[in-house]
Design a protein around this ligand. Sequence first.
Ligand code: ADP
Ligand code: ADP
Length: 231
Amino acid sequence: MAQLSLKKIEKTYPNGFKAVHGVDLEVRDGEFMVFVGPSGCAKSTLLRMVAGLESISGGELAIGGRVVNQLPAKQRGIAMVFQNYALYPHMTVFDNLAFGLKLAGTPRAEIQARVGEAAKLLEMEHLLERYPKQLSGGQAQRVAVGRAIVKRPGVFLFDEPLSNLDAKLRASMRARLTDLHRTLRESGRPSTVVYVTHDQVEAMTMGERICVLKDGTIQQVDTPAVLYERP
Ligand code: ADP
Ligand code: ADP
């Protein structure tokens, strides 16, 4: 079954601008899907509709087999990682990771276990007592990813999460995120990813399949090998 299913998805903004034109797409359970395309092609609009941060003007959106068009963001079983990761400056890394779970009333032992697991996966167990201002850019971005992991969402949504990092760090974070995805999948954990980027190299190195967007429509959906390495 598709973990994420978009059927004839449309978006018209309140000003009348039609940003998305009948998008059909299925993302398989555990798949790493990248949305790529130039600025303005509607990558972010699509992701925000999946996340529940933007209303859907037409079509049907299903997550885990359930139609979620009218469902609030919190109930969709998704977690989103933004470019601007905005950690809480007055909280330790541990508390930044734990915050959402505490709000949701998660038992203390469960919070400890999930934060511990995320910290291990992201190799940041030694950073748990630090404050955000004591972290490097890459470390802070790992905490932002950790905040998504502790939620154990059905689908991870990434909106250009590495574009604020310098080139070297970006390359190492790409590898880290693809490793993390593989580790989660191999351990049987929910691991479906939709990753938005305007960077073709990022798309090619990270995506298992790539959805190429242009002016609010899908041009092509295929593996990197088929899209970029065809003779
Ligand atoms: P991308 O993420 O690929 O850069 P966006 O999804 O941000 O593209 O935007 C897609 C199109 O929708 C662009 O033409 C953009 O100007 C337009 N758009 C985005 N947000 C709004 C809005 N709130 N109102 C009207 N048009 C918008
Ligand atoms: P609160 O007082 O908000 O309930 P806790 O009692 O859970 O917070 O934690 C107190 C402090 O101990 C927090 O600031 C947190 O950084 C730290 N802490 C708690 N559990 C761990 C852990 N497993 N590893 C590292 N630090 C932890």
